[in-house]
Design a protein around this ligand. Structure first.
Ligand code: HEM
Length: 446
């Protein structure tokens, strides 16, 4: 059964070339035939009967020979273009009359590419934004609610999971775009980003992503990409935690590669200065407002002592704490993270409402309760343009939510794989070739 489907899929794939070949052969033969009739008529009628009145016989004769050939060439090109259009329409028409899964496949390709495309014709390129809020409307209408339900379930036993999933989306998008690459495990071809410094023993939620993928594969096999799962998860996590909800743009495809070096280089470090933070955001097309709004995600979740303990004891090799750290907060944190203590002990990123998504992160910064250096930099860097943004978000939660949504959508658009690029992974932690061999690659190519 699987084989049969595979063969049929191969047939669909080859269909454009077959039809093109069938149509082009008679078209070229017709053109050649017409051109020869044309030359014959010229020679017989024009040259034989009118030559006596033409002074420059030889020049005229060669024009008569060249002109029809030139016209044939032009006709041929125009006819080819016409046939390409006809073939596209035919294939779309075929898709609507074909039944069962075949129709679904054709419709799927139609919706993804905005029309059936021949392999040689232009298609969506790397980095072109082609997302749509209704991308799964036909093939997996419940995708969003399935994701939401699995996260809701996970939240019953792990309040932190919403924060962890939101962070995964950020760590995916900043490294070669939102392509699900952060989810890939090590293999012979994959140098997993999970091993990069910002992710190692830090990024979490992969098991929940796997549960989401399993639920989606049961409901609509081979349809929803892992990259889109991360995008939907981030929205569900934020809104389930009291933050804004928004329409997620969908249609990302999954990478077949990962890049650990890029993960080490592209993700900002907690000890970054404001200039360094701005530079790492600018490198992926995000501006200062995006930096402040997205940092607001530190309104929930945890951070390990190892990521801020330098601020408590030896800030910038001064042998003293970070002067921008509130003294009461310094005491609390020092008790939690003793100088040579366990670096993996967790502190709340937002001590006032640790699991709620709100604007408290910004009011914390105003009283020097930012946990990471990168947080406090936004407010405590003198003369910085970020100070006003922090103040406005602190004063107006709706303004923060609005900006956060805009910036999440911008981040979700970084260097996308769309159209026929990449694949729809069947297992988020493995490329299809590693999961099931080349037949899986073929199945999930659509
Ligand atoms: C501005 C630069 C940023 C830096 C330097 C930074 C750094 C960090 C660090 C060091 C942690 C703690 C990790 C650990 O202890 O294992 C963390 C946690 C977190 N980050 Fe960021 N981050 C930044 C931006 C963002 C953005 C843009 C988002 C999302 C839009 C985000 C979402 C989170 C969340 C939700 C957590 C808590 C995760 C959890 O509890 O599992 N961060 N971040």
């Amino acid at each position: 059964m699987e084989r049969e489907r595979e063969r049929e899929r191969e047939l669909i794939k080859a269909m454009p070339s077959i039809i093109l070949a069938l149509l082009l052969t008679p078209s070229s033969l017709c053109c050649i035939l017409l051109s020869n009739i044309y030359i014959y008529i010229y020679k017989r009628m024009v040259l034989q009967h009118c030559m006596h009145i033409l002074p420059y016989y030889s020049n005229f004769a060669s024009i008569c020979q060249i002109l029809p050939r030139l016209l044939t060439f032009v006709c041929f090109v125009l006819f080819d273009q016409f046939l390409l259009t006809i073939s596209e329409t035919n294939l779309e028409a075929r898709a609507t009359v074909t039944s069962g899964w075949l129709q679904e496949e054709m419709d799927l390709r139609k919706t993804r590419h905005g029309g059936f495309r021949f392999p040689s014709l232009p298609r969506a390129g790397y980095g072109e934004a082609q997302l749509s809020p209704t991308f799964y409307e036909e093939d997996c209408p419940n995708a969003t609610s399935i994701v939401r339900a699995v996260i809701g379930e996970a939240l019953q036993t792990d309040l932190r999971i919403a924060a962890s999933l939101t962070r995964l989306f950020f760590h995916d998008c900043f490294v070669n775009g939102c392509d699900g690459s952060v989810l890939l495990d090590n293999s012979s071809t994959i140098d997993s980003e999970k091993g990069a410094f910002p992710n190692n023993n830090s990024a979490r939620g992969f098991d929940v992503v796997d549960n989401i993928k399993t639920a989606l594969e049961t409901a609509c096999p081979g349809i929803v990409s892992c990259a889109d799962i991360l995008a939907i998860s981030a929205e569900a996590s934020v809104s389930l935690s009291g933050g804004p909800s928004w329409t997620v743009l969908l249609g990302r495809r999954d990478s077949t590669t990962a890049n650990r070096t890029a993960a080490n280089e592209a993700l900002p470090a907690p000890s970054f200065t404001l200039d360094e933070l701005k530079a790492s955001f600018a490198a992926v097309g995000l501006d200062t407002t995006d930096l402040v709004a997205l940092s607001g995600a530190h309104t929930f979740g945890r951070a390990q002592c190892q990521f801020f303990s330098d601020r408590l004891y030896d800030f910038n090799s001064t042998g003293s704490p970070d002067p921008t750290l509130n003294s009461t907060y310094l005491e609390t944190l020092s008790a939690l993270c003793p100088e040579s203590g366990n670096g993996s002990v967790l502190a709340d990123l937002d001590p006032s409402t640790p699991d709620g998504f709100d604007a408290d992160y910004f009011s914390n910064l105003q009283v020097h309760y930012g946990l990471l250096q990168s947080d406090q930099e936004l407010f405590s860097t003198s003369g910085a343009d970020t100070v006003d943004i922090v103040n406005s978000f602190s004063a107006n939660q709706s303004a923060f939510f609005e900006s956060f949504v805009i910036s999440m959508n911008k981040m979700g658009n970084i260097s996308l794989l769309t159209g026929t690029d990449g694949e729809i992974r069947l297992n988020c932690s493995k490329v299809n070739e590693d999961s099931y061999g080349s037949s899986a690659t073929l199945i999930a190519e659509y």
